[in-house]
Design a protein around this ligand. Sequence first.
Ligand SMILES: CC(C)(COP(=O)(O)OP(=O)(O)OC[C@H]1O[C@@H](n2cnc3c(N)ncnc32)[C@H](O)[C@@H]1OP(=O)(O)O)[C@@H](O)C(=O)NCCC(=O)NCCS
Length: 172
Amino acid sequence: MPLLIRRPRPDPDDLNEILVVHRAAFGREDEARLVEQLHASRRNTFELLAEQNGEVVAHVLFSPIRIEHGDDAQALGLAPMAVTPALQRRGIGTALIREALLALTVSSFRAVVVLGDPAYYGRFGFTPASSFDLQDTYGGGDAFMALALCENGLQGYRGQVDYAPEFANLTD
Ligand SMILES: CC(C)(COP(=O)(O)OP(=O)(O)OC[C@H]1O[C@@H](n2cnc3c(N)ncnc32)[C@H](O)[C@@H]1OP(=O)(O)O)[C@@H](O)C(=O)NCCC(=O)NCCS
């Protein structure tokens, strides 16, 4: 069945289905709650979902970050991201991220950071953020990565990167 990738509609049905995907993929409530809280605070700057047979099967969210030096609100944090367990490892996550990064580039965002598996996010061009003198607050090491969406997209950014306050409620 073909996959439809689209922006979520501002209706409770889409949000409820998105929350189901996160609960199932992470096996806990934290990320679903995080999505709800980012919606409530309107820090869901950019989102995409994937739909199959009329059902939401994957979702990715980008929210604002604060950068210690050089912040211009043109960089976003990627999280959370989830694909429904039965459909993982079929390229859905890859398709969703590629589409999202393209849309953010077109919207003139400069960069994206992510805390995740380097082997997975490396395929999209993410590299350790430490090489740009950027550090996360979680001690993520090489798992904290950055991607420039345009030439010099990361230039001028330096220092500690803080995710939106809602992330403080995540247990790990
Ligand atoms: C991580 C996740 C979003 C990837 O989406 P996906 O649709 O399964 O991934 P894709 O099919 O696009 O890519 C699959 C490839 O990515 C890699 N991969 C998938 N999940 C991975 C993971 N958790 N860690 C490392 N690599 C992973 C594999 O190498 C796989 O390649 P293979 O099929 O050759 O083995 C999805 O597995 C998921 O929802 N996991 C649970 C929640 C989670 O961990 N979210 C990420 C938080 S940053």
